[in-house]
Design a protein around this ligand. Structure first.
Ligand SMILES: Nc1ncnc2c1ncn2[C@@H]1O[C@H](COP(=O)(O)OP(=O)(O)OP(=O)(O)O)[C@@H](O)[C@H]1O
Length: 279
């Protein structure tokens, strides 16, 4: 096994609910290699965002640990940059100033932050939009700006919570392709929550499926095909993992497999198991 940058060990958390605390995370374990891309999928409301909150240190687990490079960072911030579901761009700031905010919150002066950000914007296809306001950008460009603001912070781990969830299907496809290529060039350590299984297998080295709430890791699927992958032209191995993840989520049943396409997306049925492991 490689070099684990991030480890989540036996994390438990209950959150307030009418009638008393309700268990949301019940013994979650994660192991994230340096420079790898992990996607977290699971039933709606199972605790995916809550898990990201624990990893970011914004929520303190009732039990368990978050380790970075073997160091206990449970309940502390500073090691991870978070991109929430909503892009949270400030409408009164230009793109360059929105992205620079990621550095200013770390104490950098505005002028220095802007200079550093301008170098980064080209790689995000945003150079010509640097002085635009968010309202002038398309949905896809807004998400790129939000991602740039996350990346520029230079944290060890990037936590992306459904970054493309609000985009139309075509824009989403473009952004998936762009992120696949950009990530392959930079190899950030990413943990991303998504509901889109095709997106997960396109981007990830490993797809982690959480159980129903209270969540624990149900299965980890390794995706072996080389990066970057094209979401509309995935290799057979990746499509097999996709079918397995869908089956685990209850979207594929015995009548669909083997060999039957899923939901018109051309996914083959489950023939041979991929490298999946239960924790
Ligand atoms: N601040 C909070 N206080 C109390 N309960 C919360 C809080 N935040 C989330 N929850 C509850 O915790 C559970 C898990 O929520 P969470 O948002 O982590 O799930 P999720 O898997 O990310 O959901 P989705 O798939 O819909 O995005 C849900 O039942 C939710 O209602």
């Amino acid at each position: 096994m490689g070099d684990a940058l991030l480890q989540v060990r036996d994390v438990h958390l209950a959150l307030p609910a009418p009638g008393g605390p309700r268990a949301v995370l019940a013994g979650v374990d994660l192991r994230v290699e340096r420079g790898s891309f992990t996607c977290v999928v699971g039933p709606s409301g199972c605790g995916k965002s809550t898990l990201l909150g624990v990893v970011a240190g914004l929520r303190h687990p009732d039990r368990g640990q978050v380790l970075l490079d073997g160091r206990d960072v449970t309940g502390t911030t500073g090691h991870a940059a978070w991109m929430p579901q909503d892009d949270l761009l400030l409408e009164w700031r230009t793109v360059v100033d929105n992205v620079a905010l990621g550095l200013q919150v770390q104490g950098l002066r505005r002028r220095e932050a802007r200079a550093r950000v301008r170098d980064l914007l080209a790689g995000f296809g945003l150079a010509e939009h640097a002085d635009a306001r968010p309202s002038e950008l398309s949905g896809g460009l807004r998400q790129r700006a939000a991602l740039a603001r996350t990346v520029v912070q230079g944290r060890d781990v990037l936590l992306l919570d459904e970054p493309f969830g609000a985009l139309d299907a075509l824009t989403r496809l473009h952004l998936q392709r762009w992120l696949a290529a950009t990530w392959a060039a930079h190899r950030w350590t990413v943990v991303m929550v998504t509901h889109d299984v095709r997106e997960a297998v396109t981007l990830a080295d490993e797809v982690v499926r959480l159980s129903d709430r209270p969540a624990r890791v149900a299965v980890r699927h390794v995706v072996d095909d080389p990066h970057p992958r094209h979401p509309a032209a995935l290799g057979a191995g990746t499509r097999r993992v996709e079918a397995e993840v869908l089956a685990g989520l209850g979207v594929l049943d015995g009548q669909d497999a083997p060999g039957a396409p899923v939901g018109g997306r051309g996914t083959p049925g489950v023939r041979a198991p991929s490298r999946a492991s239960t924790p």
